[in-house]
Design a protein around this ligand. Structure first.
Ligand SMILES: [Zn+2]
Length: 267
């Protein structure tokens, strides 16, 4: 099992994020945040390898964050692999990404809401070109979900990125809720577009309405992600909820490992 969506942050940032969740949501988050403890939990749950990320919510911090992410991956002996972060208001975001990829990051995390930007911002073009060339992938949280369900035509933005960068691999987080149907339709036409399962099966806040037949048909485009450790339920809840859908063994194998290997040669 490969988990393509987890979070590790430097201690001060993690504490701030936990405080933010405590103030803004009813989520009770009781999992560890220290990287070795998180990795230990994932190993115990049967995860072969995981991808982790943080995000620069303001200018001036991306370089240090990326250095911390790459160093943390080395501390974990490569068991967890990092996604870089950039902030478009920094003077050289493309240079920041280049440095992060050279240091061991395997792609880029974008969070439209937290970073207050759009995934199709043209300033991402040189960044996406680098990622496509290096077989890195973009993991994108589109729109203000779960706090607001209006993504302002999120699928249109994602489709325009892939129209400009057809070789780029893009993962839309959280099954693209609430636009899952639109993404499933796009996935049928765009082989480099994926959606991840993160919180869409175990959480009431982000639950997908997609049913077994659609999920089975799109199983070549769905990758497993958990959002661990920022989840208000046990790690196994997401996997159990996916298992409860009743997919074929082939679809399960694709979702839990094969598609992730197609997404990234580094996994
Ligand atoms: Zn996440």
């Amino acid at each position: 099992m490969l988990d393509v969506h987890t979070h590790l942050h430097p201690p001060r940032l993690f504490a701030a994020i936990r405080r933010w969740f405590a103030e803004r949501s009813s989520w009770q988050i009781e999992h560890p945040s220290e990287p070795v403890a998180v990795a230990t939990d994932l190993r115990a749950a049967g995860v072969e390898r995981f991808v982790f990320c943080s995000y620069a919510h303001k200018p001036g911090i991306a370089r240090d964050l990326n250095a911390w992410l790459a160093e943390t991956s080395r501390r974990l002996d490569g068991y967890g692999l990092p996604l870089a972060t950039v902030h478009l208001d920094d003077p050289d975001a493309a240079g920041d990404l280049r440095a992060a990829l050279a240091d061991g990051c395997i792609g880029l995390k974008i969070h439209e809401d937290v970073q207050r930007l759009a995934v199709d911002d043209p300033r991402f073009d040189p960044i996406y070109a680098q990622l496509a060339e290096r077989e890195g992938f973009v993991l994108a949280h589109i729109g203000p979900i779960p706090w607001d369900q209006d993504t302002q035509q999120g699928p249109r933005r994602v489709a325009s990125v892939l129209a400009r960068h057809p070789a780029l691999r893009v993962v839309v987080a959280h099954m693209g809720v609430p636009d899952t149907a639109a993404y499933l339709e796009l996935c049928g036409r765009l082989p480099n577009l994926f959606i991840d399962t993160t919180m869409a099966f175990a959480s009431d806040d982000l639950r997908t309405t997609a049913q077994a037949p659609e999920l089975e048909a799109a199983s070549g485009s769905i990758v497993y992600g958990s959002d661990y450790p920022n989840i208000p339920y046990p790690y196994c809840a997401e996997r159990e909820a996916i298992d409860a859908v009743g997919l074929s063994e082939l679809a399960r194998r694709r979702i839990f490992s094969e598609n992730a290997r197609r997404l990234s040669p580094y996994l």
